[in-house]
Write a protein that binds this ligand. Sequence first.
Ligand SMILES: [Zn+2]
Length: 172
Amino acid sequence: MNCIRCASRRILTANAHCKDLGYFEINGASHDGYVPDDLGIGGGDGVDILLCLDCGQLQGVWPLPQSKLERKATKRDTPPAPSQFAQSIVDHVISTNDGNVGAVIALMMEGWLTSTGDEIVQRVAECIQALTVDPRTNAMGMQLIEVLQAWEHWCKLEPLISEDGDEDEESY
Ligand SMILES: [Zn+2]
């Protein structure tokens, strides 16, 4: 194979079997254990890289989308301040305090017809985060998470609202 940058044929294949003994860090977020599979360096039990010995380019498809580890770093750096919209949902739940999950979903989905799928998922994720962070509305947030598991966009929503913590140690 030829280097994706300089077309050199001096491509080293390195496979480092490290089992669960890896250490990875980016922007202050670190991970001990298995190799994250979204960093372009292998995954699971091993670091697998193809390195050009002429120009140093790691072979792969770059740039990569934001990795889980980076999301963890971003979350830690900037605890999400709720958007105005998310705050209005929180205020609504606090003022009504009737546990009406359906009404909250209707509010969150307002304007759904003019939003693309991703926008509405983003918006719902923001609201749920804002609700679960506030102890007064945490119960509603948790209920919404349960109900929305049946939503067609749940697979997109879940990564946005799941806490990166001990959980992702296992999923690597
Ligand atoms: Zn090269």
